[in-house]
Write a protein that binds this ligand. Structure first.
Ligand code: ATP
Length: 584
């Protein structure tokens, strides 16, 4: 941040030193305007990864708000700017509430459609917008000699505000949640992130300053029409600026905005007008995607990192034992999880077939069965990653099968994955503090890594023997270590029941013992476990009871000693010979 102080101070002082450089001021103020848009766009499309290709629609909305209000009330567009921001946010709220319930590409397409739809509305709703004749705004009331100076400071101030806002968001749990959504939306939901709410709020946040800027821009142009206000080129420019600088970073979109604005100006001056600009943007977009996919700033950061020495971490003693207190509310014995008649099919394949499974509170229950017998699908149904076709799921006395995954997480249902799903761009510590224990706005807006939560995360990392890796990127850990981090992550949610999907799969045998110790230690303190595992000796040593699955339903259940000798199980699961070997 310090490196930015000097150029920012120069920008603040420039009109004071050269008040009559109207052209240079115009170039710069348009760069500020683009930066406001790119920084705002970055909140939904960089942090959360939902690319909006029609974001200039919100600039148009702000412009029209100021124009229409100005025509009817005579309010100065600068004073109408907050209203422009609010209208943009309301637009985003309505659109986001509809579109952002879904995942993926639909959002991109719909944002383009939104932009074009607004153009059509602005053209045809003549009584409000004066149709394609456009709206002429009042002329600035100050002297023409330094006409650009107030606009310069208006956009500069907005740029600072947008950067500050983006910076603040990134430091909250909300910001971490957005990055989690970008990296793995399903996993984010499993650790308690209300992904729908987060995306809608992020979309709204990404429009407020754009709407405000729209009001100022209309005043600067003193004229508005539908094609100008809702043109696709504006949106492409925003995306290009953010991509060039580095989307998902704080300063990337700012730097990108300056580069794109200056390049665009050069193309207009030396390249023969706006047609050359379109060509330039098209070529630049292709080049950036091909050769600089992460953008300029991340590419420079990666080069600097490559040049610096890598810290060696002494891994000896990394498995040192530790104990951690977990809080599980007292409850009478009985079932904590009941799966009643649940089915799930994929096309013609029935993966889970009218299954009943009960997990008793305080147990370490195993779920074993051959590959493809439906164990992971059952986990997905219990945690809400998939919806059951039929049946009911009850957790801790409450029916949960219609609840979203994050609510199930808030109720105390934790889960690890067969193939670990840590957020790889985050550090180990950031991963562990990422889960959200409840849906309160206060929690969402709290600092991402703060006070007692950060202490707790370090304590949990110590418990799984990985405290010294806290500040390393999660992706740099070994597979087994990532499994342990994922366990620490789940424990952050104070779960009552943890579903472990193949905790020993692909893990060094020395770690398997450690995982068993951890599970036993937590279980003694009241945490219930449901474990899917192919490592039969581990299952028989750790779990009781054992439920055996075959073709989407349980075929046997009982203590390990009984399961070990059950001919049905040997037949369905391992075949007799293999079974004898495995249990030997
Ligand atoms: N999203 C999906 N779409 C289509 N088929 C699926 C999907 N998920 C699982 N299946 C199928 O459902 C069946 C059960 O798969 P599931 O992953 O639940 O088995 P599993 O018992 O966990 O297997 P493994 O022990 O190998 O992990 C398999 O035939 C699988 O191909």
């Amino acid at each position: 941040m310090k490196w930015a102080a000097l150029p920012l101070a120069a920008l603040v002082l420039y009109p004071v030193i050269r008040p009559f450089d109207a052209y240079q001021q115009t170039v710069l103020l348009l760069a500020f305007l683009l930066a406001v848009q790119a920084v705002s766009w970055n909140i939904i499309s960089g942090y959360a990864g939902y690319v909006s290709l029609g974001h200039s629609a919100f600039l148009g909305l702000g412009s029209y708000t100021a124009g229409i209000v100005g025509v009817h009330t005579g309010l100065n567009p600068f004073l109408a700017a907050p209203l422009g921001g609010i209208v943009a946010v309301l637009g985003a709220l309505v659109l986001g509430a509809v579109v952002l319930r879904a995942r993926g590409h639909a959002f991109v397409i719909i944002t383009i459609a939104l932009l074009l739809a607004m153009q059509v509305v602005a053209t045809n709703w003549s009584s409000l917008t004066n149709g394609s004749n456009g709206i002429t705004l009042e002329l600035p009331f100050w002297s023409r000699d330094f006409q650009n100076v107030p606009f310069y400071y208006f956009f500069l101030l907005l740029m600072f505000a947008a950067i500050g806002f983006s910076w603040a968001i990134r430091r909250t749990k909300f910001g971490t949640g957005l990055v989690a959504i970008r990296e793995d939306e399903g996993k984010a939901a499993a650790i308690g992130v209300d992904t729908t709410r987060y995306k809608i709020v992020a979309f709204c946040c990404s429009t407020f300053f754009v709407g405000m800027a729209g009001a100022g821009y209309a005043y600067f142009l003193t004229f508005l029409n539908p094609v100008g206000a809702f043109g696709i080129l504006g949106s492409v420019t925003i995306v290009l600026a953010a991509l060039v600088g580095g989307r998902g970073t704080l300063w990337g979109p700012v730097i990108g905005a300056f580069i794109v604005q200056i390049a665009s100006e050069l193309a207009t001056v030396y390249g023969g007008g706006s047609q050359s600009r379109v060509l330039l943007f098209g070529v630049a977009l292709v080049l950036v995607v091909l050769f600089l996919p992460a953008g300029l700033l991340p590419a420079i950061a990666a080069r600097v990192r490559r040049g610096s020495t890598v810290e060696f971490i002494d891994q000896s003693g990394a498995l040192a034992s530790a104990r951690v207190e977990v809080h599980v509310p007292e409850a009478p014995p009985g079932p904590i999880l009941e799966v009643r008649g649940v089915s799930k099919g994929f096309g013609g394949l029935v993966a889970v077939d009218g299954t009943d499974v009960t997990v008793q509170r305080g147990s370490v229950t195993a779920l074993i069965g051959p590959n493809g017998s439906g164990k992971t699908t059952l986990f997905n149904l219990v945690t809400g990653a998939m919806r059951a076709d039929a049946g009911e799921i009850w957790f801790d006395g409450r029916r949960i099968d219609r609840l979203p995954p994050w609510t199930r997480g808030h109720l105390g249902l934790g889960r690890t994955f067969q193939v670990t799903r840590l957020f790889r761009s985050m550090t180990v510590l950031q991963n562990v503090v990422a889960p959200l224990p409840d849906a309160r706005w206060r929690t969402m807006l709290a600092g991402a890594v703060r006070g007692h939560e950060a202490d707790r995360a370090r304590e949990l990392l110590g418990f799984v023997g990985l405290a010294r890796f806290a500040d390393q990127p999660a992706g740099s850990l070994s597979y087994g270590q990532q499994k342990l981090v994922e366990l620490a992550q789940v424990l952050m949610m104070e779960p009552k029941l943890v579903l472990l999907d193949e905790p020993a799969g692909g893990v060094n045998p020395s770690l398997v013992g450690r995982i068993c110790d951890i599970v036993r230690g937590l279980n003694e303190q009241g945490v219930t476990f449901l474990v899917v595992e192919h490592n039969i000796p581990m299952v028989l040593g750790l779990c009781d009871p054992v439920v055996v699955f075959s073709r989407g339903r349980p075929i046997a259940e009982g203590p390990p000693a009984a399961i070990r000798n059950d001919p049905l199980v040997l037949d369905a699961y391992l075949g007799e010979e293999a079974g004898a070997d495995a249990y030997a």
